[in-house]
Design a protein around this ligand. Structure first.
Ligand code: ADP
Length: 472
């Protein structure tokens, strides 16, 4: 269902879209499929709501967010089950995602109280210089399926904390999770029109969002390809934009690292969410002196990962989102095999017609392989080797992407050098799980523009207004 101006609605045409469980292929629901008309209506509702929402004191907006967080907490199991049914991640991971999603709501419930302006020293005795922070306005948000709850709250919570109102379009694969989150907004009795949910024809919805002069901000998480298109389409109305796009994370293991800790790090950064994360490890660079040992230990652990339906207990790696995703992963593995790669474990689909792919480790990876450049978005860990710090930094800094990098070393000087030299928005230094609500998440280069999370996250939804008061 769509949620527009505080009401659940069917699409105007009555058309619907069926949602399938990627683990079983079963039909799990059917949702309204709207388009341009409904998006226009939602923007109008958000525009109207903005007039009063922006005037509500920040701490009052924060109270609404606290209410949303406590309702989400009550419904966390229900939301987590919906995530697993819809996109496949193991239930324990889905529960972790819901906690993460709540953390963003709680963080911005607090930040709503801390939207400070400035008073600047004037250049003349009869002037006062003020900087006010004001909400940007109606915000359009477009989210992906891989974190169908936390990507929504990471955008909506700072937006409404800042005083913006929102029209959200979730991914077509995961509308049910989005509806669960909106049920929480609804139960918290947010004023009508502050948050709106549209789904259906992505291109048409995106067109109305980008062309509208009333939409002053566009926030997107998804592929670099679609991000570029939306950026281009937002140029005509000069919108403020935030883009969280693709990544190609290097994972560097130096000869002085603790190998067991690093192996554990790969399990987390590569196999969580079946590798379907923009900060997933894509290239593992291991110093040649320890590469043999590292490969053996990693393959031993990866071979123990249980691939299966995320609703079953003990499953580590769920299905991929759809058959195209499996095709892509399969083609990357086959390409690596023809270019000198050696499979240490896994390496193929679980069966020809399922969305499952074996947890895979590939040894002797090289720069000619697709896996070295393109996002695999699947459970495949390729091991490259290197000889020197200088060489690996150069290789790690991807031509186009710059989202996350991981580095394992016990040499203090080296870790400080790498913090500076790695061209990525997020660096996990001996830390495979760096993402928290209080930290800025965002990429360099074609991985994105702007930050989400932390004190930077709310600035994306605020404009600075400079006021010079003269003739005092
Ligand atoms: P993925 O490959 O992970 O599905 P996409 O970038 O295709 O990533 O999708 C991310 C989000 O962008 C989804 O909500 C999708 O529906 C939406 N999307 C895709 N194409 C467009 C478009 N032309 N206009 C607006 N949204 C789009």
């Amino acid at each position: 269902m769509l949620y527009i101006n505080g009401e659940w609605k069917q699409s105007k045409s009555g058309s619907t879209s069926d949602i399938y469980n990627p683990a079983t292929g079963e039909l799990i629901g059917s949702v309204a499929s709207g388009g341009g008309e409904e998006t226009f209506e939602a923007i109008e509702a958000a525009k109207h709501a903005f007039i009063t929402w922006r005037r509500l004191p920040g701490p009052e907006r924060g109270k609404y967010l606290s209410k949303v967080a406590s309702i989400m907490r009550e419904k966390q199991d229900e939301i987590a089950e919906t995530i697993t049914l819809e996109m496949g991640k193991p239930l324990t991971d889905a529960k972790g995602e819901v906690i993460g999603a709540i953390n963003y709501v709680e963080w911005y419930a607090e930040e709503a109280k801390r939207i400070y302006g400035d008073i600047l020293p004037a250049s003349h005795p009869d002037k006062q210089l003020l900087v006010l922070k004001q909400p940007v306005g109606v915000t359009a948000a477009i989210t992906p399926w891989n974190f169908p709850a936390s990507m929504i709250t990471r955008k909506i919570a700072p937006a409404i904390a800042a005083g913006c109102t929102v029209v959200l379009k979730p991914a077509p694969a995961t509308p049910l999770s989005a509806m669960k989150i909106f049920e929480c907004f609804d139960a918290a009795k947010l004023p009508k029109g502050v948050v709106n949910l549209v789904m259906g024809e992505a291109e048409e919805i995106g067109k109305v969002m980008t062309e509208s002069r009333d939409v002053r901000k566009l926030t997107f998480t998804g592929s670099t390809k679609v991000g570029k298109l939306l950026l281009k389409n937002s140029a005509e109305t000069v919108k403020k934009v935030s883009m969280e796009l693709g990544g190609h994370a290097p994972f560097i293991v130096f000869e002085d690292a603790d190998v067991d800790v690093a192996v554990q790090g790969v399990l987390l950064t590569k196999f969580k969410n079946a590798g379907q994360t923009c900060i997933s490890t894509n290239r593992i660079y291991v110093h040649e002196a320890i590469a043999g040992n590292f490969g053996r230990k990693l393959a031993e652990k990866v071979a123990q990962l249980k691939v299966g339906n995320g609703m079953e207990s003990g499953v580590d790696v769920g299905p991929l989102i759809n058959s195209e995703a499996v095709e892509k992963v399969d083609s990357h593995v086959k390409d690596a095999m023809t270019k000198g790669g050696q499979v240490l474990c896994g390496g193929k689909r679980v069966n020809q017609h399922s969305n499952f792919f074996e947890a895979t480790v590939i040894n002797f990876a090289n720069d000619e392989m697709k896996i070295a450049k393109e996002e695999t978005f699947g459970p495949v860990a390729p091991i490259f080797t290197f000889q020197s710090e200088e060489e690996v930094v150069k290789k790690a800094n991807h031509e186009n992407y710059g989202l996350a990098a991981y580095c394992f070393t016990n040499n203090l000087g080296r870790s400080y050098r790498l913090m500076q030299d790695l061209d990525f928005g997020i660096v996990g230094m001996n830390d495979p799980a760096p993402i928290v609500a209080q930290a800025p998440f965002g990429g360099f280069k074609e991985s994105g523009i702007g930050k989400e999370g932390g004190k930077s996250g709310i600035l994306e939804y605020l404009e600075e207004k400079f006021v010079s008061v003269g003739s005092l």
